[in-house]
Design a protein around this ligand. Structure first.
Ligand code: AMP
Ligand code: MN
Ligand code: MN
Ligand code: MN
Length: 279
C-alpha cells in the first residue's frame, strides 16, 4: 500500500513530548496519518504502547528513535526506523547514552545558578516524565513557567544554545555508533532536520559523505523545522547522494509545536520515499 500521509518524526512523554504515546498515536490517526513512527530521543520505551494504539486506530506503524550524536563538535540527530526493538546492541547503546543526561542536567543547573537563576535543575525535573530522559526542552519549560523568558524559542536563544550561559557540553554518541546500532538492528538511518544544524555547505557535505559511507540511507527533506527553501535545498542533496527522503513533523505537543502531526507538505514527487526501504 502506498501511504498518503506518512509522518516519521515525533515525540511522546517518554522523551520530551507532552502527550503519552497512545495519545500521540490517536492524534496522528485523527489528523489523517496512515503510516506513523514514534521517534523519542534515545529511548525505545514508548514503542510497544504506540504500536498497539496505532493498530487500534487502523494506522500503519514503524518503530523509531531519534539518536543524539555529536559530529565535529556539532550536535546532530539521527533518526532510526524499522529496527528490531529487542536488539541488544541498539538498546544497550541507548542505555549508555541516556545515563549521562542526569549529570549533564545537574551541570546545566549549576551553570544557570551561576548567572543568578537558582533551582533550575529541580525545576526542570518537575517537567520530566521519564526520569532517565531529561532534555533542554524540560529546562526550557521550567524557565518559561517562572517567567525567565516568554516562550521556548526565547529561552533557547538566550540561555540554552552553544555559547549561552545554560549550555554545557556533553559527550553524545558518534555518527558511527548511531548508524552501527541502527543498522545492526536491521533498521534504516536518516539524518534528522538537516536545516537545523549550524554548519557551512562544506561541512554539511562532509557530514552526508560520512553518513553515506557508514551505511546511512535517508535524509529528512520535509520537516516541521524546514522552510520551503530548505525543503528544495535538501531535496537536491537527497538526489545528489541517492538518499531516500523522509518526512516528519517533529511534533512535541499541541501548545508547543508549529507543525501538527501529518500536517506538512508532501515530499517532492521525484524523490524516493524512505518507507520503500521498510518491509
Ligand atoms: P537535548 O537533547 O537535551 O540537547 O535537548 C534538545 C531538545 O530541545 C530538542 O529535541 C527540542 O525538543 C528542544 N529544542 C532544541 N532547540 C530548540 C529551540 N530553538 N526551540 C525550541 N525547542 C528546542
Ligand atoms: Mn525534543
Ligand atoms: Mn531533533
Ligand atoms: Mn525530534
Amino acid at each position: 500500500m502506498t501511504p498518503a500521509n506518512f509522518d516519521f518524526h515525533c515525540h511522546s512523554a517518554v522523551s520530551d513530548g507532552l502527550l503519552p504515546p497512545q495519545e500521540v498515536a490517536r492524534r496522528a490517526a485523527g489528523n489523517g496519518v496512515d503510516l506513523w513512527a514514534l521517534t523519542d530521543h534515545d529511548d525505545l520505551g514508548g514503542l510497544l504502547i504506540a504500536g498497539e494504539a496505532a493498530a487500534e486506530a487502523g494506522m500503519g506503524f514503524v518503530p523509531g528513535v531519534e539518536i543524539s550524536i555529536e559530529w565535529r563538535g556539532v550536535p546532530v540527530h539521527v533518526v532510526g526506523l524499522g529496527f528490531d526493538r529487542e536488539d541488544r546492541g541498539l538498546s544497550g547503546g541507548l542505555d549508555e547514552l541516556r545515563s549521562g543526561r542526569i549529570e549533564r542536567a545537574r551541570r546545566m543547573g549549576d551553570a544557570l545558578a551561576a548567572i543568578g537563576i537558582p533551582g533550575a535543575y529541580e525545576g526542570a525535573l518537575c517537567f520530566v516524565t521519564n526520569p532517565s530522559l531529561v532534555t533542554r526542552a524540560h529546562f526550557a519549560r521550567y524557565l518559561v513557567s517562572v517567567g525567565i523568558a516568554r516562550d521556548m524559542p526565547g529561552v533557547f536563544q538566550h540561555y540554552l544554545t552553544p555559547g549561552k550561559p545554560g549550555y554545557v557540553d556533553h559527550r553524545w554518541a558518534t555518527l558511527q555508533e548511531a548508524i552501527g546500532w541502527i543498522s545492526g538492528a536491521g533498521g534504516v538511518a536518516v539524518v534528522a532536520h538537516p536545516g537545523r544544524y549550524r554548519m557551512s555547505g562544506g561541512e554539511m557535505r562532509g557530514l552526508l559523505d560520512e553518513f553515506r559511507d557508514l551505511g546511512g540511507q535517508g535524509l529528512e527533506v520535509t520537516s516541521g523545522s524546514h522552510s520551503p527553501d530548505q525543503v528544495m535545498h535538501f531535496a537536491r542533496l537527497a538526489r545528489h547522494y541517492g538518499f531516500h527522503a523522509s518526512r516528519g513533523s517533529d511534533f512535541h505537543g499541541p501548545q508547543e509545536s508549529y507543525v501538527d502531526l501529518g500536517r506538512l507538505p508532501q515530499l517532492p514527487e521525484d524523490l524516493k520515499p524512505v518507507w520503500r526501504l521498510l518491509s
